[in-house]
Design a protein around this ligand. Structure first.
Ligand code: ADP
Ligand code: MG
Length: 301
């Protein structure tokens, strides 16, 4: 196969591993800098151009689109879709997953366990928002935050109201969410590829930190999933329409609840924690599924 990885940096662990794995399995693989791609949008022969030339027709594209370039990155992925190239995650699914609110609404539509969440535009609804998710403490999140930045724990109703007012005053979109205290500062990252959980790890936040992000000093360890957790992760990936994703789950007293679904999950933490060749499993999925015109949406949202 001829594969392209869309990535801003060929030295990133995940990008390097995908290249290694594809080559080890006898494929040709190019690392393409997403922001240097540009598009020739025609009905007859749509192409993606790169450094003055049309890119070849790839059998498969693995988009690794950072949160800061979602708009441009998804338009590049969409252009590959217009050529009939198989993209492991489709542009519309990536866009969905980037908006925490839209993701939660799509998951709720499928009856998947979620932390109770409120969303509002005006601070006059703050008191009721807090009450609806079960009262303080509550978690307040910026809609497009990442790596734990923009996620705040408000211990009291007063603190929560002030934070909500402050964010809304700045015109920031925020979610107000039930705090799953019993998760104990840990979450579970399930890596789903092709409708199966192929690896999972438990991430524990640093001492005194409720956020388990590895970027915030969290540590990763092996974890055994319950059948219910496994099903929740698979259902969440399906609801989002992602062939490859990281589903983050909290262990709540009411069973597993999905916090977010990441369409460009990092491979370093999970390969290290599990010792599995995840990159190889992703390439294997492409070997079985990358057929021309096999993407379902082709940009149709
Ligand atoms: P980000 O996209 O920045 O990673 P998350 O929604 O994943 O934002 O939140 C970051 C971390 O904060 C999570 O990994 C989890 O440990 C903790 N967290 C988030 N929401 C909740 C919640 N409702 N209850 C308990 N902990 C939470
Ligand atoms: Mg997260």
């Amino acid at each position: 196969m001829r594969i392209a990885v869309l990535s801003r940096n060929e030295n990133l662990y995940s990008t390097r591993r995908l290249k290694e794995a594809a080559e080890a399995r006898g494929h040709e693989i190019d690392i393409i800098d997403t922001l240097h791609c540009y598009m020739d949008i025609t009905s007859a022969k749509p192409t993606v151009r790169y450094h003055g030339e049309a890119l070849p027709l790839y059998d498969a594209v693995i988009p690794r689109i950072g949160a800061s370039i979602t708009f441009y990155g998804t338009s590049v992925v969409r252009q590959f879709e217009m050529q009939g190239t198989f993209c492991i995650n489709e542009s519309v699914a990536i866009s969905r997953s980037r908006d925490k609110l839209r993701s939660l609404q799509l998951l709720s539509r499928k009856g998947i366990g979620l932390p109770r969440t409120g969303f509002a535009s005006k601070p006059d609804s703050a008191a009721d928002l807090i009450k609806n998710v079960g009262g303080a403490p509550v978690v307040i999140k910026l809609l497009e935050g990442t790596q734990g930045i923009g996620v705040v724990l408000a211990e009291t109703k007063k603190a929560a109201e002030s934070i909500i007012e402050a964010f809304m005053g700045l015109k920031a979109n925020i979610l107000v969410q039930e705090f799953i205290k019993e998760a104990g500062g840990a979450d579970i990252r399930c890596l789903v590829v092709g409708g199966k959980v192929i690896a999972a790890m438990k991430r524990q936040g640093a001492e005194g930190e409720f956020r388990s992000n590895l970027h915030r000093g969290g540590t990763a360890a092996l974890v055994k999933l319950s059948p219910e957790e496994r099903k929740t992760a698979v259902d969440a990936a399906k609801a989002m329409g992602l062939n490859m994703c990281g589903v983050d789950i909290l262990r709540s007293n009411n069973g597993p609840v999905v916090m977010e679904v990441n369409s460009s999950p990092g491979l370093e933490g999970i390969e290290t924690a599990t010792g599995k060749d995840i990159a190889g499993m992703i390439v294997e999925f492409l070997e079985k599924n990358a057929k021309p015109n096999a993407n379902r949406t082709k940009g149709k949202g």
